[in-house]
Write a protein that binds this ligand. Structure first.
Ligand code: HAM
Length: 418
């Protein structure tokens, strides 16, 4: 007896009955990218593990607990990409994209891998869409990147989401803030979770992000980064708000947004679904002004975001917005008798080569069985071909909804089907 193979925990198949939803979101995302003049970049699914350790950060949950790390046959250590930004910045540096035309506004779509506890909206292999805008520190760009996310969600028909923004400052203003956080949390040290006991030493900002109820409670009165921004960071953040207001994008300032990846500086933002439960961040992003240099490039700033397809689909389903329609054939060819079947081979090729979608089934013999199959395929029309039709050089076109049918000359067929 052969053993049945099972899909790995935290992964899923995108079945044909669901794939049209993914195609629809991809189409709208590509259209939005076109509107904003972002071009696609495709980077490998695995990179050297060191890339993520240096960028996403050694103290982040992603690097500490969630990376799928492996050795290749020569002992080199790689990781399945847990996120897209690091690989894209690596490609930006390696290919000198700052010197090439139209190469600093990049979009990507693809699977990411994180060893997380699977639940609704959180998977071990998940799919992200995202953009990276590398090269400018202008607050105008922050507003533009945020507006991309906003218009994308709007274009999909979503209404129940909100935008939250924050500034997490730069290394210059972070030092004082980190000290203030350590001072604040010290008296509560014994009550903190194990992770936060490490965070307080290695990356105090991450304490604000902890989801453990006790730590959340302690964080409530923690000092806000916004009180520690230096003049440049403050001015930058004010400008981002001013531009968002100018383009009528509503936002809330949430000083608790720190993001779970170490490369961020200044603007951080999230689009949150107001209906979904625990996994409700549709899009997360922010500035990473030091990252290009950290990965071996020039001192070039950047900003971007990414969102998960799975949560977006849940969100769209909850709001009942359309995904367009499922893919069905336009025509279904029904053949009566052997002669018609023979004839149909060339006919199907001719119709398909004219760019028209047609289905047929060589298994089913009776007209009843074939008409049933035509119905099940959801084709709008069936084409019925028997020996009489062949001898008269004709074919019958039947509207599957109304039952109306007409006989048309084979010579006019393609013109008629278009
Ligand atoms: P992130 O917040 O880690 O950011 O992930 C971005 C989005 O991916 C999340 O907001 C969520 O929608 C989705 N997501 C993350 N993990 C999972 C998961 N396990 N299952 C399902 N969905 C998930 C980044 O990855 C950054 N690279 C974003 C960025 C781009 N920042 C600047 N540029």
């Amino acid at each position: 007896m052969s053993l049945k193979c099972k899909i790995p925990r935290g992964t899923f198949d995108i079945l044909p009955s669901e794939s049209y939803k993914w195609q629809y979101i991809t189409k709208v995302f590509r259209e939005t990218s076109r509107n904003f003049n972002y071009r696609e970049i495709v980077t490998p699914i695995f990179e050297s593990a060191g890339l993520y350790e240096r960028s996403v950060g050694n103290t982040s949950d992603i690097v500490q607990k969630e990376m799928y790390k492996f050795r290749d046959k020569k002992g080199r250590i790689f990781a399945l990409r847990p996120e897209g930004t690091a690989g894209i910045v690596r490609a930006f540096v390696e290919n000198n994209l700052d010197m090439k035309n139209n190469s600093s506004k990049l979009y990507y779509i693809g699977p990411m891998f994180r060893y997380e506890r699977p639940q609704k909206g959180r998977y071990r292999q998940h799919y992200q869409y995202g953009i990276e805008n590398i090269g400018s520190s202008e607050p105008f760009i922050d507003a533009e990147v945020i507006s991309f996310g906003y218009y994308f969600l709007k274009k999909l028909g979503l209404e129940n989401f909100k935008l939250e923004i924050n500034s997490i400052g730069c290394p210059n203003c972070s030092q004082d803030y980190n000290n203030a956080l350590v001072e604040y949390y010290k008296p509560y040290f014994d009550d903190l979770c194990q992770d936060c006991k490490i965070r307080i030493e290695k990356n105090p900002k991450r304490l604000l992000d902890c989801k453990v109820p006790k730590c959340k409670e302690i964080s409530r009165n923690a000092p806000s980064m916004l009180s520690y921004l230096d003049d440049d960071c403050r001015e930058h953040f004010d400008k981002v708000q001013e531009f968002l207001t100018k383009i009528n994008i509503a936002f809330k300032i949430n000083p608790k947004i720190v993001r779970g990846l170490d490369y961020y500086s200044r603007t951080a933002f999230e689009f949150i679904d107001t209906n979904l439960g625990a996994q409700n961040t549709l899009i997360g992003g922010g500035r990473y002004d030091g990252l290009v240099e950290q990965i071996g490039g020039k001192n070039i700033p950047g900003i971007g975001f990414a969102g998960g397809f799975e949560r977006l689909i849940l969100s769209m389903e909850t709001e009942g917005v359309s995904f367009g329609s499922e893919q069905n054939p336009d025509y279904y060819l029904v053949c009566l008798g052997e002669k018609a079947k023979d004839f149909s081979l060339n006919l199907l090729t001719k119709i398909r080569n004219a760019g028209i979608s047609v289905e047929s089934d060589f298994e089913k013999k009776s007209i009843k069985a074939q008409m049933k199959a035509a119905d099940k395929s959801n084709a709008k029309y069936s084409l019925i071909l028997g020996e009489d039709e062949i001898s008269q050089n004709k074919i019958v076109l039947k509207n599957m909804k109304t039952g109306d049918q007409e006989s048309i000359l084979m010579d006019n067929l393609i013109e008629k089907l278009h």
